[in-house]
Structures are given as structure tokens and as C-alpha cells.
Design a protein around this ligand. Structure first.
Ligand code: 5GP
Ligand code: ZN
Length: 116
């Protein structure tokens, strides 16, 4: 599985940089965002280093579907019974700061009702 030694999230996945992990399996790691924008703010991060949605290939279809189906399970585990928001920033124009694909999962107090 590809990884990038200079990538922050690859370092977190490798345990070289600490994180507050809430879930992990063979395909993904889920940890708390360092600067939470809501009571619950998690990052669902594939173990494979994929820079962004722009670099996705057909071989990643299963992984992406897997992460989508994982979101509501993680949200339920976090007690987000009333719903949650999921966000993927892509590229500098989309506000992406860490270039290792990840899904933000947000919910609970502090999350506005507006779309963005
Ligand atoms: P992006 O803007 O790329 O979609 O999101 C990157 C996210 O990573 C930001 O919400 C930021 O707060 C979070 N982040 C940046 N550095 C770290 C870190 O070292 N640890 C954790 N847990 N989150 C980080
Ligand atoms: Zn990476």
C-alpha cells in the first residue's frame, strides 16, 4: 500500500505522530481533528496515500464505497443520532490543507444548520 514519508497523515497512520484515534481497520484510520469545528469532528483517512479526489482511479471504487458506508456507523458510535455532516475538500481551491484524501465527519454542538 503506497505511503508518502513526507505526508502528515501517513505519519499519523504509521504512529510516528500521535493522534486521538477512535477507529481503525485494514483500510482506514479514524481520528479526531486537531482543530475541531464542532463537538464531534473526525477525519476518516484511508491507509493508502491518495492525494485527493483528483487522483482517484477505478481501483479505489471499493475503498470509497467502504468509507461512505462506514460514515453512518462511526456517527452512530459517536452518539450522533440526529445526523451528521461529511465534507471532502479537494485542492487548494477547495480548501484542502493536507494532501492525503480524507473525509471530515462533523456533528453535535457547534455545527450550524447552514449547508456550509
Ligand atoms: P483539509 O483542510 O485538508 O480538508 O483538512 C485538514 C484537517 O486536518 C484540518 O481540519 C486540520 O485541523 C487537521 N489537522 C491538521 N494537522 C493535524 C494534526 O497534526 N493532527 C490532527 N489530528 N489533525 C490535523
Ligand atoms: Zn499520506
Amino acid at each position: 500500500m503506497s505511503s508518502d514519508p513526507d505526508c502528515l497523515f501517513c505519519k499519523i497512520i504509521a504512529g510516528e505522530i500521535p493522534s486521538d484515534q477512535v477507529y481503525s481497520d485494514e483500510q482506514v484510520v479514524v481520528f479526531k481533528d486537531l482543530h475541531p469545528k464542532a463537538a464531534v469532528h473526525l477525519l476518516i483517512v484511508p491507509r493508502e496515500h491518495i492525494k485527493s479526489l483528483n487522483e482517484l482511479e477505478e481501483q479505489h471504487d471499493g475503498l470509497m464505497a467502504y468509507m461512505m458506508r462506514l460514515l453512518p456507523k462511526i456517527a452512530k458510535d459517536q452518539g450522533l443520532d440526529n445526523g451528521f455532516r461529511s465534507v471532502i475538500n479537494t485542492g487548494p481551491g477547495g480548501g484542502q490543507e493536507v494532501f492525503h484524501l480524507h473525509i471530515h465527519l462533523l456533528g453535535g454542538t457547534g455545527l450550524g444548520s447552514a449547508f456550509l
